[in-house]
Design a protein around this ligand. Structure first.
Ligand code: ARG
Length: 588
């Protein structure tokens, strides 16, 4: 479907052309003075210089050309040359009914379907998820869903941190505690046990202990590095142990991401590219890109136009070990080979932006990616506490994601149980659904790159710009629709009427913006645009609802029209929620 504003702009453009002016002057926008008109066009002002005529005259000519227009009900010329417009009630109604009959509410399939890989989540194996991982998961999931909704071919890849020193630390610690384990017996040639020699809770205790120890005990650190080296170079026992760490940890991660309604198509990690690193390094050397500097292997990535210093990208350390860079570059290489993506989007803490700048430049310079593929970095800001500092537990430690989720669930349950009659079990289930919206909307409604304050009281409030408010609005619509259905049977979704009052008109106008909003959110990689739209939609609906006795209406055609309008509002709102990664319960 054409975008509503494009329909208006085309009509306006035609009128400019009929009156002897350039059609491109006919761009129509939503009015910034809704008290005066619905839409406006400032083209007469823009054309004044070119046509050497006062804007007022141009606007008058255009107004004449619009006489009898089926698109505009009213065209006013206002000094110095604004065109103030009201759209035809019929056209607005027809557009909504067409939207209601379209399975994507007016979003058209893309001209070219892009293959897009989204790299998000990025947890580190064997380390518990903490609040820092929340944003990548929540934002990345939404970016994935928006891109998919727009009709693109999208792959979400978690890119596990599963190959670095943390693995060596765990192995070294296990070796101290249980030296008798068969994994440490270098003469062992049989099959290793299928069961891991530890549980997830043990693992979660082992890592911080080992990490703390390595900071105080240089010999232990040395041993951990040694273990990492042996693991990476194929020690059978260490690899078998590593597989256990991975599988125990991934099982736990899956559970946690599921609670967040986040899922990945690929569970690849840094380890997956280990074997292709030597090949990549050889190519970089052969191409004359990589050279030795202080024993390390580096690629220069600075450019003449740089205003700040961009250091070289280090490919191998002086001991020959691979780095975070190396695995990221090798991952790009593999992704290009296997998927030939048009775009790779990284959703990572914005403090890594210089790092990604280096990696992207290096990937282009060394020919890992060509011009047809774009590499994008969506850097997100920090989640802060009310004190404006990075969010911490009450004791001042790093907050585990599980605990954060438990806290918000508990707060939500309290609110749901106040003033409502609901069975404990239903209240619990409902509060989890609502709490997820509180958490995700609280995050996504901010522009990703900005820091924000995690405010549990505000996020869980049923009023204001919050997830629960939006859910509440949808639940309200569902309840009206249900009541209608009980007394009048199923409603025809395609029977919106022409509006009879302002609040109804505003709701209709807001609905028409859906396809262009979604396109913008996709192009700008901006879930916050979906949030802002959803909030405006909820407000428009609630004003209409408060002014209109819907179910008590006696004129059945009128009532049926409103029900159709509500039904479209609900479907559009739920679509927005779905791309944001949460949903509304049946009741709350
Ligand atoms: N594991 C990394 C960390 O915790 C994040 C990974 C981000 N993605 C990437 N391709 N580097 O910082």
């Amino acid at each position: 479907m054409k975008k509503f504003l494009d329909i208006l702009s085309e009509e306006m453009g035609k009128a400019f052309a009929t009156a002897g002016y350039g059609a491109e002057l006919g761009r129509v926008t939503v009015s910034n003075r809704p008290d005066l008109c619905e839409y406006q066009c400032n083209g007469a002002m823009a054309g004044a210089k070119q046509y050497k005529k006062p804007p007022f005259v141009i606007a008058g000519d255009v107004q004449k050309a619009l006489e009898g227009s089926k698109v505009f009900d009213k065209v006013d010329v206002v000094a110095p040359g604004f065109l103030n417009l009201n759209v035809s009630r019929e056209l607005l109604k027809d557009y909504l009914n067409e939207m209601a009959g379209d399975n994507k509410f007016g979003v058209e399939a893309p001209e070219k379907v892009k293959k897009i890989i989204i790299d998000y989540g990025g947890p580190n194996v064997a380390k518990p998820l903490h609040v820092g991982h929340l944003r990548s998961a929540v934002i990345g999931e939404s970016v994935k869903r928006i891109s998919r909704y727009m009709g693109h071919d999208v792959i979400g890849d978690i890119h596990l941190g599963d190959w670095g020193l943390q693995m060596g630390l765990i192995i070294a610690e296990l070796k101290l505690r249980q030296p008798e384990l068969v994994y440490f017996d270098s003469d062992f040639t049989g099959e290793y046990p299928a069961e891991a020699p530890f549980t997830i809770s043990e693992l979660e205790e082992i890592y911080p202990t080992a990490s703390g120890k390595s900071k105080e005990d240089p010999a232990f650190k040395e041993e951990a590095m040694n273990c990492t080296f042996k693991l990476q170079n194929g020690d059978r026992g260490y690899r078998a142990l590593w597989k256990h760490i991975l599988s125990v940890s991934v099982t736990d991660l899956k559970k946690n991401y599921e609670k967040l309604n986040v899922d990945f198509d690929l569970w690849k990690g840094e380890s997956d590219v280990h074997d292709v690193i030597p090949d990549m390094v050889a190519d970089m050397k052969a191409g004359g890109f990589a050279y030795e500097s202080d024993g390390a292997l580096v690629v220069d990535v600075k450019e003449e136009t740089d205003t700040k210093e961009i250091p070289p990208c280090m490919i191998l350390k002086s001991d020959g070990a691979a780095l975070y860079n190396t695995t990221d570059l090798a991952t790009i290489r593999e992704r290009m080979k296997e998927y030939k993506p048009d775009e790779i989007i990284y959703v990572v803490d914005k403090r890594q932006d210089l790092y990604f700048e280096q990696v992207f430049r290096c990937a282009r310079k060394t020919g890992l990616v060509g011009d047809e593929t774009s590499l994008k970095f969506l850097g997100f800001g920090t989640m802060n506490g009310k004190d404006g500092k990075p969010f911490k537990t009450r004791q001042g430690g790093v907050m585990r994601l599980e605990h954060l989720i438990a806290d918000i669930n508990e707060e939500m349950l309290k609110k749901i149980l106040t003033g409502r009659e609901m069975e404990e079990a239903e209240a619990k289930e409902t509060s989890q659904i609502v709490a997820l919206s509180a958490l995700k909307y609280g995050d996504l409604s901010n522009q990703a790159s900005k820091d924000y304050v995690f405010d549990i009281d505000r996020f869980t409030s049923f009023e204001g710009d919050t997830g629960p408010y939006l859910l509440y609005t949808v639940v309200r619509i569902k309840s009206i629709l249900k009541k209608y259905e009980e007394s009048c049977g199923a409603a025809d979704k395609l029977l919106c009427n022409a509006y009879t009052n302002d609040s109804e008109k505003n709701l209709m106008m807001q609905l028409t913006l859906f396809n262009s909003m979604m396109e913008g959110a996709f192009e700008e990689i901006a879930p916050h645009r979906v949030c802002a739209y959803l909030y405006d939609l909820a407000n428009a609906f609630n004003s209409f609802y408060h002014e209109t006795k819907i179910l008590a209406e006696e004129d059945s055609a009128k009532k049926q029209g409103w029900i159709a309008l509500l039904s479209l509002t609900k479907d559009v709102a739920e679509t927005c929620m779905d791309v944001l990664g949460f949903s509304a319960p049946e009741r709350m």
